[in-house]
Design a protein around this ligand. Structure first.
Ligand code: TYM
Length: 345
């Protein structure tokens, strides 16, 4: 194995019996603390236990219009942030989706197994087409099929994601079962891994809405690269309610959301948090939440800046990751082509 940037050895050598996980994020903006809480932190925790693959899904990103130079930069930004947050490329296979063309090849076969109605029912498609009414392209419609291909091409057992991806996972499972039924058992039917806490971090400005990287109101979202002052200010201005006490109640979405962020960044339980702030008000609580996020994200941002400064090393890591991923994807695709009835090349 090459020594510089570690990756898993090819499958034959590894003979791994560990279960496989795969997940990915779109490089459409800087990563948010919502994405960290819902997905990335679980990738970091699970990577030692599972045979892990993580990709930056640049193909998915172009379902919404992207500026090429920005997309290129952000793809590398996201990869660097994965590593800064704790993904170890010596342990996990880290790659860019477009570097492994087998994803799109499998996607076509799955597209021919997907009903028009199935894609029309996807709530993310409905939301995104409303948001980008001037560009309701077919890629936006077939987006979840490509996502299914990302997962099935590695026979992933588990897919760590936030709550908003549940429906896409359901479609993935259906497509795996359908292929297995029509041809013969081929794909693992994957399970979603959605955390109990943090699966849906809410907007700081409209706490009944999901925190989103594309929210036009910057104050609504904490980005992983936000400065300490920006974080403090966003938390201080977070919308809460007219209550006074710090207790966890889902109906009080603003306070509940801040409690979740505090819990994830400090490791404290809800009961511990309620006790800590008993008799104190929102001002003290928000200050503590802001400081906890600052203390948590500071070292991540520092590592990110260092990693991002060495673009050659980052690209080398991604190249090795893509080579390892392709080796695996190629084998599965070959099998799928054969079962589908394509003449061997
Ligand atoms: P994306 O890029 O929108 O988000 C990446 C991950 O972050 C989670 N997430 C959140 N979790 C909690 N609270 C939030 N406010 C929040 N916002 C985002 C998402 O649930 C997701 O897990 N379709 C996927 C990308 C994808 C993918 C895949 C994922 C493409 N192929 C294969 C898993 C497996 C997406 O758009 O994620």
């Amino acid at each position: 194995m090459k020594a510089t940037v570690g990756i898993l050895p090819p499958m034959e050598e590894a003979k791994t019996t560990r279960k496989v996980i795969l997940s990915g994020m779109q490089p459409t903006n800087d990563l948010t603390i919502g994405q960290y809480c819902g997905a990335l932190r679980n990738w970091v925790d699970l990577q030692h236990e599972y045979d892990s693959l993580f990709c930056v899904v640049d193909l998915h990103a172009i379902t919404v219009r992207q500026e090429p130079a920005k997309l290129r930069r952000r793809t590398l930004d996201v990869a660097a942030m994965y590593i800064a947050a704790g993904i170890d490329p010596a342990v996990s296979t880290l790659f860019v989706q477009s570097h492994v063309p087998e994803h799109t090849q499998l996607s076509w076969i799955l597209t021919c197994l997907t009903g028009f109605g199935e894609c029309s029912r996807m709530t993310q498609f409905k939301d995104k087409s409303a948001m980008h009414a001037d560009n309701v392209n077919v890629g936006l419609f077939t987006y979840p099929i490509l996502m299914a291909a990302d997962i099935l091409i590695y026979n992933a057992d588990l897919v760590p994601v936030g709550e908003d991806q549940r429906q896409h996972l359901e479609l993935t499972r259906n497509l795996a079962e359908r292929f297995n039924f029509h041809y013969s058992p081929t794909f693992t039917v994957p399970e979603p891994f959605i955390p109990k806490v943090g699966a849906k971090i809410m907007s700081l400005q409209e706490p009944e809405k999901k925190m989103s990287k594309s929210d036009p109101n910057e104050r609504a979202t904490i980005f992983m690269v936000d400065t300490d002052d920006a974080i403090r200010s966003k938390v201080k201005r977070a919308v809460t309610d007219s209550g006074t006490d710090i207790v966890y109640d889902e109906k009080r979405a603003g306070v509940a959301n801040l409690m979740t962020l505090y819990s994830i960044t400090t490791g404290k339980t809800t009961a511990e948090i309620e006790k800590e702030f008993s008799g104190l008000g929102y001002a003290e609580f928000k200050e503590a939440v802001g400081e906890a996020i600052v203390a948590f994200l500071g070292p991540v941002r520092q590592r990110y800046t260092e990693l991002r400064a060495d673009e050659d090393a980052l690209r080398a890591t991604l190249r090795q990751g893509a080579e390892a991923a392709r080796e695996r994807a190629r084998k599965v695709l070959r099998k799928v082509y054969k079962k589908t009835g394509f003449v061997e090349f």
